[in-house]
Design a protein around this ligand. Structure first.
Ligand code: 13P
Ligand code: SF4
Length: 304
C-alpha cells in the first residue's frame, strides 16, 4: 500500500477507536508526520495522563508505553512493536537496584524515565532529561542514588553539591558520538553552535554550547540566531527541526546517531496495531501503584 493511503487509513481508524497517536521525537519521519502529538518523554507522559482518548497508540519504546499504562490504567495502551526496547533501560533491574539501596540505607533513588516499571516501583522520584536538575534540587537529602544513566547523572551533578551514587548505565546510541567527531565538525563549521543531549558522554557534553532534552533542542535552534547547528542526538530529531526552521541547516554530529529501536515502528505496524488492538502494554497493579508514586512526584514539580 502507498504511504499516503496507509496514513489515511491510520487516521480513520484512530477516529473510529477514539485513539490518540503519540510519537517520540526520534520516530521515523512518516510516523511523526501523522502523530497527534510528538514530544520528549516528559511531554508524552503528561499527554498520556491527560488525554480523553480511550486508546493510546504509543510510537516509541517499551518503557514509554509502560509509563502511559502507569499513568492511565483505564486506557488501552498499544505499542505497535513490542520488540522496541531500550538497551539503557535494560541495564538496571529491580533486584540489582534493591541491592544498591541496601548498601545505602535511607538514600533516595532518582530514576530516569528510561527504565522499566519494576525499577520505577523501587524509586522515590523519576526524572526526564528535561527536568532532572529540578528533580534532584527538589530533594531535601544531601545524597542520592541515580539510575540508570551515568552520563545524565554526571551532567546533573554539576548543578548541585549533593553526593551521587551513579548506576553505570548508558545509551549505546549517544555513547557512539565521539569528541573527535564533534571537534572535526566544529573546525569545519566554526559558526555552528553544537547542541547535544545529556545522554552523550561527558567528553562530548563538555564541547557543547547547550545541553538539553530533545524538546529543549527545538526551542534552542529556533531562538538562536545562528544559521546552522551541529546536532548531538538521535537522527529522528532532524525532521521537525527542518520543518520548523526551513532557512536553517542542521548537521548530525555523527551518522552513528541512529537508535535501532526507535526506528522499528513502521506505518504498517501502526495500522496492524489499530486493526487488531494488539500488542497491549499493561503494568500489573502491584508494580503500577508504587511506580506511579515516583512518576507523580516528578510530575508535581512545576515546569519552566
Ligand atoms: P528525551 O525525549 O526525554 O529527551 O529522551 C531521549 C531518549 O533517549 C528517549 O529514549
Ligand atoms: Fe534507549 Fe538511547 Fe534508544 Fe533512547 S536513544 S531508546 S535511551 S537506546
Amino acid at each position: 500500500m502507498e504511504q499516503q493511503s496507509i496514513q489515511s487509513e491510520i487516521r480513520a481508524l484512530l477516529k473510529q477507536r477514539n485513539a490518540v497517536l503519540l510519537a517520540h521525537n526520534y520516530m521515523r519521519d512518516e510516523v511523526q508526520e501523522i502523530a497527534d502529538i510528538t514530544g520528549d518523554s516528559l511531554a508524552l507522559s503528561i499527554e498520556a495522563a491527560a488525554t480523553d482518548a480511550d486508546v493510546i497508540v504509543f510510537c516509541g519504546v517499551h518503557f514509554m508505553a509502560e509509563s502511559a499504562s502507569i499513568l492511565a490504567p483505564e486506557k488501552t495502551v498499544l505499542l505497535p512493536r513490542l520488540d522496541a526496547g531500550c538497551p539503557m533501560a535494560d541495564m538496571v533491574d529491580a533486584e540489582s537496584l534493591r541491592k544498591m539501596k541496601a548498601e545505602h540505607p535511607g538514600v533516595p533513588v532518582v530514576t530516569y524515565v528510561n527504565s522499566s516499571a519494576a525499577v520505577k516501583a523501587e524509586t522515590d522520584i523519576c526524572c526526564t532529561s528535561a527536568n532532572a536538575v529540578k528533580v534532584v534540587q527538589s530533594l531535601p537529602e544531601k545524597e542520592l542514588i541515580f539510575t540508570p544513566d551515568r552520563n545524565l547523572g554526571r551532567f546533573v551533578s554539576k548543578f548541585t553539591d549533593k553526593k551521587f551514587h551513579l548506576w553505570e548505565g548508558y545509551c549505546p546510541t549517544h555513547e557512539r558520538l565521539k569528541p573527535e567527531a564533534v571537534l572535526a565538525l566544529k573546525e569545519q563549521y566554526p559558526d555552528a553552535p553544537f547542541v547535544c543531549h545529556p545522554e552523550c558522554n561527558p567528553a562530548v557534553s563538555a564541547l557543547a554550547d547547550h545541553v538539553c532534552s530533545t524538546t529543549g533542542m527545538y526551542s534552542y535552534v529556533t531562538e538562536n540566531p545562528a544559521k546552522r547547528f551541529i546536532i548531538g542526538t538521535e537522527a529522528g530529531i532532524l525532521w521537525r527541526m527542518k520543518r520548523e526552521n526551513p532557512e536553517k541547516e542542521f548537521i548530525l554530529a555523527s551518522p552513528a546517531l541512529v537508535c535501532p529501536n526507535m526506528k522499528l515502528t513502521s506505518l504498517e505496524d501502526i495500522l496492524e496495531a489499530l486493526q487488531t488492538m494488539k500488542p497491549v502494554v499493561k503494568v500489573p497493579e502491584e508494580i503500577r501503584i508504587p511506580a506511579k508514586r515516583a512518576l507523580d512526584r516528578m510530575l508535581a514539580i512545576p515546569r519552566d
